[in-house]
Design a protein around this ligand. Structure first.
Ligand code: SF4
Length: 160
């Protein structure tokens, strides 16, 4: 076990059930890199991509962007055969369930397993893979209020 990780053996295998992308309200936060990759994928400007697929979320102390959801709370990019933007899915999605909050302790990992049937199954995950996921998330934080301010011209078109 890596001393930086509080949990001894971490087993995981994605079951492709899409439970993490559907069924209940949630947020998919977007880093600058996510916005650039997704807008390029759709051949849209960042502004046009954001207006079409994102919503502004005012959390009080911070305002940021999240992907829109369908009326049934599925991710806007979830289709019958899975994620329609899989090659450029946001860091938040790509690194799930290897988030520091989920891997904080045994209990948080077990709790997440109630939502995600892949937790506790499959192969033993190396500590390097998990630490890489932690690093990737830290390097690609959701847009800050200052970055959103750069998109200020869009604000008039959003209900916030
Ligand atoms: S909930 Fe877990 S097993 Fe299901 S698709 Fe998401 S990561 Fe995979």
């Amino acid at each position: 076990m890596n001393p930086e990780l509080p949990i001894k053996d971490i087993y995981f295998q994605c079951m492709r059930c899409n439970a993490c992308c559907s069924g209940q309200p949630g947020f998919v936060w977007l880093s600058k890199r996510d916005l650039m990759a997704l807008s390029e994928y759709f051949d849209l400007s960042i502004q046009r991509f954001a207006l079409t697929f994102c919503r502004i979320v005012d959390l009080g102390i911070v305002t940021t962007l999240s992907l829109k959801e369908k009326q049934n709370n599925d991710c806007i990019f979830l289709e019958n055969d899975g994620c329609s933007v899989y090659p450029v899915r946001p860091v938040q999605c790509r690194t799930y369930p290897f988030w520091e909050t989920i891997l904080e302790n045994e209990q948080s990992w077990i709790e997440e397993g109630k939502q995600c049937p892949g937790i506790g199954r499959g192969s033993l995950i190396s500590s390097d893979r998990i630490l890489d996921a932690f690093f990737e998330r830290r390097q690609n934080a959701p847009l800050s209020i200052d970055e959103i301010a750069a998109l200020a011209a869009l604000r008039n078109n959003w209900d916030i």
